[in-house]
Each structure stands twice: as structure tokens, then as C-alpha cells.
Write a protein that binds this ligand. Sequence first.
Ligand code: ARG
Ligand code: ASP
Length: 712
Amino acid sequence: MKYLHYIITLALALTVGIAKAGEGMWIPMLLQYNEKEMQEMGMRITADDIYSINHSSLKDAIVLFGGGCTGELVSDQGLLLTNHHCGYDYIQKHSSVEHDYLTNGFWAMNRGEELPCPGLSVIFLREMRDVTAQVLEGISIDMPEDERQAKIDENMKKIIAELEKETTYKVSIKPYFLGNEYYVLFNETYTDVRLVGCPPSNIGKFGGDTDNWVWPRHTGDFSVFRVYADKDGHPAAYHKDNVPYKPAKHLEISLKGAEEGDFAFVFGYPARTNEYLPAVAVDQEANVIDPVMVDLRGKVLDIYNRYQEQDPKVRIQYASKHAGIGNGWKKWMGVTEGINHFHGVEKKQAYEKGFYNWAMQSRSRYMYVNLLRDFERNYQELKPYQLAYTYVAEAGLRIELVSFASRFARLAEVDKDTPQDKVDQMVANLKTSVASFFKDYYEPIDRDVAKMLLGEYLKAQPADFRPAFLNDIKDVDEYVEKLFDKTMFTDEAKVTALLDNFKAKDAKKLANDPAMKVYQSLIGFYRDEVYDHISSINKDNDRLRRIYMKGQMEMQPDKRLFPDANFTLRVTYGKVEGFKPQDGKTFRHFTTLEGIMEKENPDIYDYVVEPRLKELYNKKDYGRYADKDGSMHVAFTASVHTTGGNSGSPILNADGQLLGLNFDRCWEGTMSDLIYDPDICRNISVDIRYVLFIIDKFAGASHLIEEMTIVE
Ligand code: ARG
Ligand code: ASP
């Protein structure tokens, strides 16, 4: 029995340590090391076709979009695709009651109608190089951290200064493998990016927050932009004479779709993963911190829901807040479920045992021997502070009144010596945010949220781990009623009047406001009692993680490990495939328009179907965008390792042609940011044929299709 247990533990240990097919976020310039495996899985192109600095390659069609998503060029005239939820802010900024593009969609029928998007930029990676040796020159393993960092900073400055002489691109250096390797990136940023089109929200956000993170999915999550350049193709600020940018490469689009088991890869900008955390950290995240956030957010969402259901105006006011809070809420639930179901902590522990034994085998591995013990100590120490931080953020600052008051904290410190122009600037900035805050503020919700959150705060956190104001509360409900009655920050007229004739002496009024005092108490507690502990422990954890990473690389010299996501361009690959989330439950890998009609419910906001879409469905008017099975495919899943930031990324077939746009993951596998399991981790993409069908048949914007390179 014991022996069996040992074998199982060993088997588990092996599964955690090895990059499985589907797992991994690979550095494009090193893709030749993956090429063989990719080709064995079915890829018909080469690593060099994907990333090259000697000739045009797929990388020339990929951009970091708006600082948080990925986009791809699909014509030689700068036409760009990304997700609807990535373009959302820009669509919203152009929307008004008269032109409600969010609701109705928008289509520029010619270049002149395309809408400039101030503040939006796209970034192309032109080249990357390994500069590890230069960055780590003069660094030794025993160096004190501060000294080490200073030396690294100095080295990087030198390298960048040198490289800047040979290029006009923006040069930056980023750490990979938690600081064991460094790569320099040459980037080019284009700032004249215009909105070309987007479907109505009933298509682009179909299923809304209800379906978010969930499969089966039917969201037409795409929007269309165009990148402009000066007449020589260089980046230029918006100007009406700018011309569409001609990329060195744009993506071909396949109308063939993908079969179960087909090779597929995603090329884009994953933001952050933590695949090499020790067990104790994974356990803390999945079983201590995430559950608190899920619980608090769930209770907030319950209150939002109750009010949103009663009043359509409130529904709209809280739609975006609901989406923001709900996105994390749902994801973290999935993370905890996934980690525990998968026995992720136990598997990591077993792996760590193997690591420890390996470290003990040689004196030269002395620096690895105590790592796991030190992690253990640090995370135990960190836990109460991490919880304290979580409550400050999720229970304190989540109260809208408190976070609104916080915006006035600097103005509350003004005195007669503060330069007038500074005061004027602060007042002007605040004025613009006041109207937009009150436009979407519904006080009864916030009162209920405050009562609930402060009650939870008091119940969960011991007196010395919470801000002072909480310790004076006798009856939470009474306290909250009084707070909201007395503060000026719930009264738009009062706040506006104060800003309109702001005098230095008014700062006192702000400082003495009870909501400001709550904010000061919260933030004072965080600053004085929490922050230093967290940052010093985490600084040490960063060091431990770097050394642990180095050790793992040494222990498995023949294995390809991949660096955690760090918002740089990566290639990830797997297969188009469905999955079995539970015993007895199997998901097919694709959805169709039939499913949209099944979900249709005119009374539920998330499931309203556009009449025009229904018409096309009834006539089965899918043109060349239908699958060979005759139906209109909407979305599909694949075992490709993705994370936040991969939204909008192209998912490509064996020939490097566009199959769809990645936009989400399945809830059951959201633990993939910590541990990837090829059996249940699936990314979700909208089928490119549905995108083209909406552009062409639904919106009648066929001039856009004509620009594209379509392979039938
Ligand atoms: N879950 C996806 C991601 O993390 C999509 C979020 C946007 N969609 C939504 N319904 N809130 O970003
Ligand atoms: N929806 C995410 C994004 O916006 C993608 C993910 O987390 O899978 O980037």
C-alpha cells in the first residue's frame, strides 16, 4: 500500500515537472526548439515563417493592442482585428444617445467614416535578442539583492544606450525566467488607430457576464480597427492626411475551419502567469486569498443583481462595474476548484520533494537546499498581511463612497502655501470625474454594499489587522446610515459647488468629511501596518523564486521549460479539441448559430438576438462562411495555453492561416495561470467565419472583406 502511494506520488511529481503538449508560452525567437514538436503535431510551416528578422514573418502582423490585448493585421492596408471587449472603451467613447454604437454597432462604409481613437496605440515587435550575458555581467549568486539590482540596472542602461545608437525603435530589456534570462525588445508604436467597425453588443457581448468564462459559448467577440501611418509608413500622430499602414505581413484567413485534433497555435501577448510557484504559494492563493475575494465579490454582486433587476436604469449604471467585479469573481472560483480537483498543491509538493532530494545530492547545489523551507516561512509570515491587504482592497475600497472620497485626498491637503496653479489643476481634473461618477452612482446600492462589507470585515479580521475606524463601530448598519447621511460625497450638487469656488480653507471641509476619514483610516492602516511587511517579504520571495527557477532549469537540463508570461510576444500551441470537465460530461469543441437561437430570450439582457441575425438564420443565408456541415460555426475550444492579454490574439492553423480570435478560457481550467492541465484547460476563440459572416452578411461591410486575403 505504502509502495503504491510512493509510485503514485512519483507519477504525480513527474506530471507537474514536465511541459505537456499544449502547455507553454514560447519565446518567438527561440521557436526553432519547438519546431519539431509543432510539425509532429501537424504544423506545415516553419519556425522561421512565424518569427524572422531576415524576411517578413507572421510576427509582423501581430500587435500589442491598447496596452492590454492583442490585435492582428488582416490586410495590406492596416486593417486590424481584435476582440469586442478589447475595443470596448473606444467604442464607448464614440457612443452617445444619438450614436449608440455599443448597442447598435458601427460600420465605417468608407475610410472617411473611420473614427480616430485618441489614446489608443498598437505596438509591433520588430526584433528581439538575448542579452542575458551582458545584463548579468559582474553578478554573483551570493550578492546582496540591492547590490545585484543596482548592477543589473547599470548594465541595462549601458546596453540600451549602445543599442539606441543603431536603431530608431524603442529599446527595452525585460527579465524572463524570473530574472535568470534577459531579452532586449525593439518595438515600434503606432498611435493613429481608427475604429472601423463593431457588431452590436447583442452579438459582440452575447451571453454577457452570464456566459463569461463558460463553455458552450456564443459570443461574437470582435471589433475592427485600422492602423494609419505617415506617407512613408512611419508612426505619426493622428492626421487626416495619414495613410493606411502597410505591414510587412498580414494574416491569410482560412474559411476551412478546424476539425477536432487539428494543430492550432496562438500568437500574442499573454500578460502574467505563475507556473513555477512553490506549493505553499499556490495553496495560499487558491485556498486562502481567492476564496476571500470570491466570497466578498459574490456578496457585492448579489446586491448589484437585486437592484439591477428592479430598474433598467440601474442595470445600465452598474453594467460595467458588474462586469469588472464579476470577471475576477468567476475566474478565481474556477482557479480554486481547478487546483483542488486536480490536486495541484499535492502534485507540487511531490515535485518539491524530488527537487529537494536532487539538491541534496551535490555540494554544488547548496543554494537550493533551504529554498522550500524559506518559502514556507515567508508565505506563513505573508499570509495575515496578504489577507489584511485583501480586505483593504475588497472590503474597504470597494465601497464606492470611500473610493470616490479618495480621489479628493490630495486636494484635502492643500493649504495657503500650495501654488494656485497646482490647486487649479487638481480641481479641474476632479471636475471631469465628478459628473461621470454620479452618472453611474446609485446610493442605495452603495449603502447596502457598505453595510455588508464592513460587517464582513469586522467578522473576519482581528482587531489588530484592521483599520482603527472599524474598531469604534458598535452597530454597523447604524454606522453606515450615519456615514452616508453626513458625508458630502454622495451629493453631486455639494461636491460640484465646492469645486466651483474652491478656496484653500475648503480643504479642511474635505479632510473632515467622514468618508474621507474612513479612507484615511484604511489607507493609513495599509501604509503603516501592512505595506512594508508585504513588500519586504515579497522582495525575498522574488529572490527565492529566481533561485528556485534556476535550480529547476539545472535539474532538468534536457527539458524545455518556458518562461512565465510577462506581456511579451509568445507562441503557444496545442490542438483544436473539446474536453471532459467532469465524469460523464463531455463538451464538443465548437458551437453554432443554433445555440444562439436556443439561448435566445428577449427578456434577458444577455440573450437578446438581433432581428437581422435571426433573419439570416431563418434563411440559412451563410454564404461561403458556412461550415461544410452546413451550419454557421460561432466559437471553438482548443488546448492552447493562454491567459489575460491573449484576448484578441489570432488562433492559426497548420499553415499559419487565421482560424479565429482568442477571447476567453473555460472556467474549469482557469488554474492554467498556476498549473496547466491539458485535460481541462481550454481557450475559447470566435470562429473567423462567424466574424466574416457578421461583417459581410449582417452588416453589409463587404468592402472590408475585399481587402482581406481569404483562402477558401
Ligand atoms: N473572461 C474574459 C477575460 O478575462 C473576457 C472578459 C470580458 N467579457 C465579459 N463578459 N466581462 O478577459
Ligand atoms: N479574457 C482574457 C483577456 O481579456 C483572456 C483570458 O484570460 O483567457 O485577455
